[in-house]
Design a protein around this ligand. Structure first.
Ligand code: G3I
Length: 362
């Protein structure tokens, strides 16, 4: 589908002389995004900063960092009341040294929790194990983490609740209001941080995606009606190149409704699963780039969408899925903008083009 963006970006590319086009094309993603009033960044692990080849590339390409793992409660509070911020603090120091902003991921989730947490929540006499943790974390990083995924993946229509919420232990103990109370606590702890509700499942065209989108809209409308301080929707953006695909019409309509609520839109965890494709790497890389381009052709046409993060920068640290088939095929994932040798892939160029195009009129 020809959109205003694809026309503009095509035209822009057309009027550039080969020299300036080459110079523009060579801009790192963080600079390319900044030129169009957006930001680009990625998830990282503190262990990756010890890779002398990778650290400078990360500083060159990313303007925003989010810990893939080290701000999850499993790492932060391995035993009750004992905290380990070491991994997150290394990433925050790196971001500060390289003029990056930080995202925090995530404070209230049904997964990546320490073994002791669920039983403690279900037996909790009050909300402190929820709101006290949110308050402490947001206060600790006030001024150093500018945007937070306070609650992650609280929606799951397949759990059969009328409100479509995930029937997790947080909800079992506190009811649906656990979500509201987490955001109120975060806002009280930091008056300026961007508070994001982060989820997946809104990108595709299948019936379950339709249910996910409808439930997400209903959830956001209800929360905003209760004055819950949610500033933005985090669209995770985990796509697949060879199974399922973005439904541009449905995604566009969904994001228009999110924007109409006055919310910002962030792409928080973009990557493109290339499993199930042919062994020909060039074909897989092209399919990944095309899936990414189709996604951003819609998302970045929405004026509320300005921040884009990929769930990693390079394939170097991706682990092959388990299983004999994967082992026998020698498959290694190629889901991210740079390959394992830190070379730019077609996905990098597709994202560079997408980030360059003007905002839409939507
Ligand atoms: O670091 C330990 C290592 O020391 C240990 O030997 C190994 C064996 O258990 O585990 C390693 O930790 C793993 C960690 O990733 C770091 O690689 C955990 O087992 C593993 O569960 C963890 O998975 C992460 C998952 O979230 C759960 O936290 C993935 O890396 C991460 O990509 C994934 O990210 C999620 C987002 O947070 C939410 N949205 C979906 C997204 C993808 O699933």
């Amino acid at each position: 589908m020809l959109t205003r963006r694809s026309l503009l970006s095509g035209a822009a590319a057309g009027v550039l002389t080969p020299k300036t086009k080459a110079a523009v094309e060579d801009l790192p993603l963080r600079q390319r995004a900044a030129k169009s009033g957006r930001s680009y960044g990625c998830a990282a692990g503190s262990y990756q900063l010890r890779d002398a080849d990778f650290a400078p590339v990360l500083a060159r390409e990313a303007g925003v960092l989010v810990p893939e793992y080290e701000l999850k409660r499993l790492i932060v509070e391995p035993t009750p009341g004992h905290f380990d911020f070491s991994g997150a603090d290394v990433l925050i120091a790196f971001a500060a040294a390289h003029g990056m902003t930080m995202r925090g991921h995530t404070l209230v989730w049904y997964a990546a929790n320490p073994d002791w947490l669920e039983a403690a929540v279900l037996a909790a006499p009050d909300e402190d194990i929820l709101t006290g943790y949110v308050t402490g974390m947001v206060q600790r990083y006030r001024g150093r983490i500018q945007s937070w995924d306070i609650v992650n993946e609280a929606i799951q229509p397949d759990d059969g609740r009328p409100d479509g919420l995930r029937d997790c232990f947080w909800l079992k103990r506190y009811g649906p209001s656990y979500i509201d109370h987490a955001y109120f606590a975060a806002r009280q702890a930091d008056l300026t941080a961007q508070l994001v509700y982060n989820d997946w499942g809104c990108e595709g065209g299948e019936a379950w995606n339709d249910r996910f989108r409808a439930t997400t809209l209903k959830f956001l409308e209800g929360a905003l009606a209760r004055k819950v301080p949610i500033d933005a929707l985090g669209l995770q953006g985990h796509l697949a190149a060879f199974h399922g695909s973005v439904n541009q019409r449905k995604l566009r309509a969904f994001l228009d409704e999110v924007r109409a609520m006055g919310l910002k839109i962030l792409v928080t965890e973009h990557d493109v699963d290339d499993s199930g494709g042919p062994s020909d790497i060039a074909v897989r890389d092209r399919a990944v780039a095309d899936a990414s381009a189709r996604f951003f052709d819609v998302v970045l046409d929405n004026t509320a969408a300005t921040d884009v993060l990929t769930w990693g920068l390079t394939d170097r640290y991706l682990k092959a899925p388990g299983g004999l088939r994967s082992m026998l095929s020698g498959y290694t994932p190629r889901k991210l903008p740079l390959d394992a040798n830190l070379k730019r892939k077609p996905m990098w160029y597709a994202m560079s083009q997408a980030l360059a195009a003007e905002h839409g009129i939507r």
